[in-house]
Design a protein around this ligand. Structure first.
Ligand SMILES: C[S@@+](CC[C@H](N)C(=O)[O-])C[C@H]1O[C@@H](n2cnc3c(N)ncnc32)[C@H](O)[C@@H]1O
Length: 199
């Protein structure tokens, strides 16, 4: 189904009243992908999770409700997403949020044990650059969980897992592994898990 340019823009950077509706909708239609991401994160109680491009925050909520209760940080280019998340999670000392420029991540090296990116790779201006940045902020033996549809929302770019895994290895990730999934909202999609080498 073709998505209008106005909605495509909102998917990549939600803002205003339409953005609020889009963020709510994303939480619903991407539930299956977020389930896959949560499982792949394989959380432990000492984990510090970063989600890049958390949108409506459905995965953040799942991480905060997790019985291992890890810390979670959300990074977003959308001020609306940041403001809504700060309000929604104001009572959680384990959650914090950072507005980013879309190219760099404003965190010290080796800060996080887990990074999740669900439905956001399509919008990165430079995928190899962002993968290098994620590797930098991951701790040794840390894990990146990258979930994406085979087709970008504008249907222009294909994301085949072999290509994504090759890009991850080129960026310096030690191991990569992909599982394939299917649901009615996102058709065929992938979850690629990449690890940073032990020292
Ligand atoms: C399609 S939504 C996906 C949201 C959520 N992860 C989900 O699956 O429902 C993409 C989100 O990524 C954010 N985004 C786009 N480019 C980004 C970037 N370079 N860095 C951080 N966030 C970005 C957008 O603002 C938007 O909220």
């Amino acid at each position: 189904m073709a998505i209008s340019p106005r909605i495509l823009k909102q998917l990549g950077h939600p803002s205003g009243i339409t953005g609020r509706l889009v963020l709510r909708l994303l939480n619903r239609v991407n539930r299956g992908m977020n389930d896959v991401a949560l499982k792949a994160l394989d959380l432990g109680e000492n984990d510090h999770v970063l989600e890049v491009g958390f949108g409506g925050g459905a995965l953040i909520a799942r991480v905060l409700e997790h019985d291992k209760t890890p810390r979670v940080t959300g990074a977003e280019i959308s001020e609306l997403a940041i403001n809504l998340a700060r309000k929604r999670y104001r009572n959680y000392a384990r959650a914090n949020f950072a507005l980013t420029d879309g190219k760099t991540l404003p965190f010290e090296s080796a800060t996080f044990t887990r990074v999740a990116c669900v439905n956001v790779i399509y919008f990165w201006p430079d995928v190899p650059e962002m993968l290098t940045e994620i590797l930098r902020i991951l701790a040794d033996k840390g894990k990146l969980v990258l979930c994406y549809s085979e087709q970008s929302p504008d249907n222009v770019t294909s994301f085949f897992h072999d290509d994504v895994e090759a890009q991850l290895r080129t960026a310096g990730f030690a191991t990569t592994h992909t599982t394939e999934h299917f649901d009615k909202d996102n058709d065929r999609h992938f979850c690629t898990v990449a690890t940073k080498a032990a020292p």
